[in-house]
Design a protein around this ligand. Structure first.
Ligand code: ZN
Length: 664
């Protein structure tokens, strides 16, 4: 696997108010020294606002001070110290009334709106300012420089950028004809796939790529030994900027990565699973030269009661489970009192030994399980239908929907090819025929919307079924006597499909078009009148195993029977390679890392319920004659393993609510 460093790095991001004057800095040093067992690295933010422009005379003096602070950190024994450049383009509109206006072209939105705080990254004036800034940062002699995640072309106080005259002129060269902003936005919505949209995303990628080249050249002109890192944002919401990590990290010469996303509070605790998967996806697309990959622990704006220390530890653990090997703690970034953050800081030392063992043990092993398909080209390649806006949110292309499979305990993978692919909605349309056939030659779990799309692409025969009719009200599904349903045979699953908005795609009746199609459920109306198959399984001519779901495929999968059926279906389509399976219907979620030859593996399990789990029978599908159980704050324990044909079985006892268990 990529990003295979065995070393855990715990990094702290320090806000300007903590180092700009002496007294807070002394307090900060004392705090870091008191907790030095969890301080491997310190990164100083060089500004307090997300507004790009700071006059260079101020910036010069600030970087002279930064050089002294870096030296003080070194004297205090902190192994690695550097600077986090918060703004290269600018993040959002912030503090524009109390900061000087941008001295260069601001970013212009698709609607003509103009950013207060973020610049167009393509003008020579902007590039000159960025060079001047990074030159001063490099002269402060940091061990490393982080480039923050404002390196994107969306969400800069204007929603979608940049449509300024410079960018439109660049695009005219690229497209071979000129467009006004209005013409271009109109062209984005012309139905079909690709075309001008793909070219525009390429312009976004190339813009960032050339900006990154300029940053690297500037830094390395001062000192070629400075390590560079780049922070990234996820693809779950949009890939408008192109998500071209290979090109951007290469242009920047970055060897540090920091995947990020949103999980700011305890309001929806399960969101930590989504963020871990999202960060895993980002990690999986980094070039192999990036070996230090730090999770963004983000408690912005850092108020004590918004997130519990238990969540902080659990979300970091899940991120490490998904293949990251460090954490960048963002909790010292603004001028809050230490009282707000201390409980978080104090929770970390106890977790460190478990994290270290996990990183050492799991390094190099890919995540295993079902891979929810996505692509960095989602926006570039996806279709637009008549009346749709390309820049608007498209539920048809939402790559986050299959995460519900993780919530019921099926392990989700962030690496490919994984044990099987999940195709949801219209996501499949951004893949080539060859890519889709490669998926269908292995194992695929899909919904009936994906089926419809594959049928249009001439690959319906590889699924064994076709979409017979679309119903949208008054329906449930009944489990057949197929062995894949086990003891759930005959049961009903009623998702009350009309309650959750448009029920199109929730009552799709399937029709077998080949011999050997297994029908797993039948759709019935509320008077038990059969409507036809609602879920099928089929082994195709390529040897791939395909499961199609026509009834409420992504909601209410949490019943005893449905969970059991989906576990069995996943085992079947993956040919019993799903890395971990828990017998009891308990809210134990799992992330697994398994060697391609299944000779080695490691599993992290988290109880995401509010009740203790008295007992859980866990099947591991990799070679495991001995399993060590690691629990934060407790001594490691060797568990007895009951051998099974595909691995071994262990029993976990008394997992407390939100308790973490690590098996290595
Ligand atoms: Zn521009």
């Amino acid at each position: 696997m990529k990003n295979a460093d065995k070393k855990l790095t715990l990094s702290w991001r320090i806000g300007l108010p903590q180092w700009e004057t002496d007294e807070p800095f002394e307090n900060l040093l004392a705090l870091l020294q008191e907790h030095k067992s969890v301080v491997d690295e310190v990164a100083m933010f060089e500004t307090i606002t997300h507004h790009l422009y700071i006059p260079l005379d101020i910036y010069t003096r600030r970087m002279e001070l930064a050089a002294k602070r870096l030296e003080a950190f070194r004297q205090a024994g902190i192994p690695s110290v550097g600077i986090n450049v918060l703004c290269t383009i600018g993040h959002v509109n912030e503090a524009w009334s109390c900061m000087p206006p941008l001295p260069c072209q601001p970013m212009v939105g698709h609607d003509g709106s103009v950013s207060h705080s973020c610049a167009c990254p393509n003008t020579p004036e902007m590039r000159a300012y960025v060079r001047a800034k990074y030159e001063r940062v490099a002269r402060a002699r940091p061990d490393f420089i982080w480039v923050d995640d404002d390196i994107r072309m969306h969400c800069h106080g204007v929603m979608w950028g940049c449509f300024c005259p410079t960018c439109l002129a660049l695009f005219a060269t690229r497209a071979g004809r000129s467009y006004t902003r209005e013409e271009l936005v109109q062209a984005f919505d012309v139905p079909g796939q690709g075309g001008v949209r793909e070219l525009w995303v390429e312009q976004n990628i190339a813009t960032i790529e050339s900006l990154m080249t300029e940053v690297r050249t500037t830094i390395h002109k001062v000192n070629a030994g400075i390590v560079i890192g780049k922070m990234t944002a996820g693809a779950g919401w949009t890939t408008y900027s192109g998500q071209a990590f290979d090109r951007w990290f290469t242009a920047l010469g970055a060897t540090k990565g920091r995947p990020g996303g949103g999980f700011y509070t305890d309001e929806r605790p399960l969101d930590m699973l989504d963020k871990a998967l999202e960060c895993g996806r980002q990690r999986a697309t980094l070039p192999p030269s990036v070996r230090d990959v730090q999770y963004e622990l983000e408690n912005f704006p850092y108020q004590r009661l918004k997130k519990s220390p238990a969540s902080v530890v659990n979300e970091c653990s899940l991120a490490l489970a998904h293949g990251l090997n460090g954490v960048a703690f963002n909790m010292l970034a603004i001028g809050t009192t230490f009282e707000d953050i201390l409980p978080w800081v104090k929770a970390i030392p106890a977790a460190r030994p478990v994290w270290e063992k996990w990183v050492a043990q799991a390094a190099g092993l890919p995540t295993a399980g079902l891979w929810p398909a996505w692509s960095a080209r989602m926006m570039a390649r996806r279709s637009v239908r008549t009346g749709e806006s390309w820049l608007g949110w498209s539920g048809r292309h939402n790559i986050n929907i299959p995460k519900v499979l993780g919530d019921i305990g099926l392990p989700l993978a962030s690496d490919t090819p994984a044990c099987g692919t999940v195709l949801c909605g219209h996501v499949a349309e951004v893949f080539s025929d060859d890519e889709l056939k490669a998926m269908l030659a292995r194992g695929v779990l899909m919904d009936s919307t994906a089926l419809e799309l594959l049928t249009e692409r001439g690959m319906g025969h590889l699924t064994g079924v076709r979409l017979a009719k679309r119903l949208d009200n008054g329906l449930w599904e009944r489990f057949t006597a197929d062995p894949m349903n086990g003891r759930a045979a005959g049961e009903i699953r009623d998702a009350r499909i009309e309650f959750w908005g448009d029920a199109k795609g929730m009552g799709d009746v399937l029709e077998p078009i080949a011999q050997g199609v297994r029908v797993l459920t039948n759709i019935e109306d509320y008077f038990a009148r059969p409507q036809g198959p609602g879920m099928t399984a089929f082994e195709n001519e390529l040897g791939g195993r395909v499961v199609v779901m026509g009834y409420a495929p992504w909601i209410f999968l949490h019943s005893v029977g449905k969970r059991l059926q989906l576990q069995n279906a996943s085992d079947w389509l993956s040919r019993d390679t799903m890395p971990v399976r828990v017998d009891e219907t308990v809210p134990l979620v799992a992330v697994a890392r398994v060697a391609a030859d299944c000779q080695r593996g490691a599993v992290m399990l988290l109880n995401v319920g509010f009740d203790p789990i008295p007992e859980a029978t866990v099947h591991l599908r990799f070679s495991c004659s001995q399993v060590r159980l690691l629990t934060i704050g407790r001594r490691a324990q060797v568990l007895p393993v009951e051998p099974e044909t595909t691995g071994g079985r262990i029993t976990l006892k008394d997992v407390e609510p939100w308790g973490l268990r690590v098996l290595v």
